[in-house]
Design a protein around this ligand. Structure first.
Ligand code: ADP
Ligand code: ADP
Length: 224
C-alpha cells in the first residue's frame, strides 16, 4: 500500500469575487522507504499539496489517502489526532521552543499526547543520540548551531514514530555543507523504515539531487 495516494486534487481559495486554484487536478502516489522532494516554481501549489498530505488543509475535490486513511472524511479532531500521531513536521526556521532544553523540545510531542515524562525522556535522549547530539541534550536552542537545531527538530519529528515526515525547506536556512549533512540524515530516516516517507519541499537543486525521487509541481498539477 502506498503511503500517499492522491487523485485529482483540486484546492480553490475564494478571495472576494476571485477564485484561485492552488491545485488543479494533482495526482500522486508515493511509497514508503523513500526520500522524495517536491520542486517547482513559486505559486505552483507545492505548499498546498504538502498541507493537504499533512491533514492541515482539505481539498475542494479529489481523493487523498495517507497511510491508508481517507483524509477527506476526517473531522477536525480526527485530523488533529492524525497529525499528532502519524505526521512529523520539520520547518525552515526549526520552530523550537527557546525556553526548553533540546531533549525537552524532542519530548514535547509525546507530552502533548498525554504520555508520561518517564516514557518520553528516554525516548527523547535516544533520538538525540540518533541525530548525533547525545552530548547536547541539556542545551537550549540558542546555544546550538543552525545545523544542530535542525537535527533537534528532526529528532522531535520522529518521536511519535510517524509514517510521514513533511519538511518545508529544511535546508533553507543552512549553509551548503550543513545542509548536506541534514539531507543525509533525512535520507537515512526514510531508508531505515520501509513504511516511512520523508517528503520535502525545496528550492535547492542540490537538495533535490540527494533524493530518491523528485516530484515537479507546475500550475497546480504534478508534472513528473
Ligand atoms: P508554492 O508553495 O508552490 O509556492 P502555494 O501552494 O503556496 O504554492 O500557492 C499556490 C497558489 O495558491 C498561489 O497562487 C497562492 O497565491 C495561492 N494560495 C495559497 N494559499 C492561499 C490562501 N490561503 N488563500 C488564497 N490563496 C492562496
Ligand atoms: P492540536 O490540534 O492537537 O493542538 P495541531 O493540529 O495544532 O495540534 O498541530 C498538530 C501538528 O501539526 C503539530 O506537529 C504542528 O506542529 C503541526 N502544525 C499545526 N499547524 C501547522 C501549520 N500551519 N503549518 C505546519 N504545521 C502545522
Amino acid at each position: 500500500m502506498p503511503v500517499v495516494d492522491a487523485v485529482d486534487l483540486v484546492r480553490e481559495y475564494r478571495m472576494g469575487t476571485e477564485t484561485v486554484r492552488a491545485l488543479d487536478g494533482a495526482s500522486l502516489t508515493l511509497d514508503g522507504g523513500q526520500f522524495v522532494s517536491v520542486v517547482g516554481p513559486s505559486g505552483a501549489g507545492k505548499s498546498t499539496l504538502l498541507h493537504i498530505i499533512g491533514a492541515l488543509d482539505a481539498p475542494t475535490s479529489g481523493s487523498i489517502r495517507v497511510d491508508g486513511v481517507d483524509l477527506t472524511a476526517l473531522s477536525d479532531d480526527a485530523a488533529s489526532e492524525f497529525r499528532r500521531r502519524r505526521v512529523g513536521f520539520i520547518f525552515q526556521f526549526f520552530n523550537l521552543v527557546p525556553t526548553l532544553s533540546a531533549w525537552e523540545n524532542v519530548a514535547l510531542p509525546m507530552l502533548l499526547d498525554s504520555r508520561s515524562l518517564a516514557k518520553a525522556k528516554p525516548r527523547a535522549v535516544e533520538l538525540m543520540e540518533r541525530v548525533g547530539l547525545g552530548h547536547r541534550i541539556d542545551h537550549r536552542p540558542s546555544e546550538l548551531s543552525g545545523g544542530q537545531m535542525q537535527r533537534v527538530a528532526i529528532a522531535r519529528s520522529l518521536i511519535m514514530e510517524p509514517t510521514i515526515v513533511l519538511a518545508d525547506e529544511p535546508t533553507g536556512n543552512l549553509d551548503s555543507h550543513t545542509g548536506a549533512d541534514v539531507l543525509a540524515l533525512l535520507a537515512d530516516v526514510a531508508h531505515e523504515n520501509p513504511n516511512r516517507l520523508v517528503l520535502m519541499v525545496t528550492h535547492d537543486a542540490a537538495a533535490a539531487s540527494a533524493c530518491d525521487r523528485v516530484v515537479t509541481v507546475s500550475d497546480g498539477r504534478v508534472a513528473g
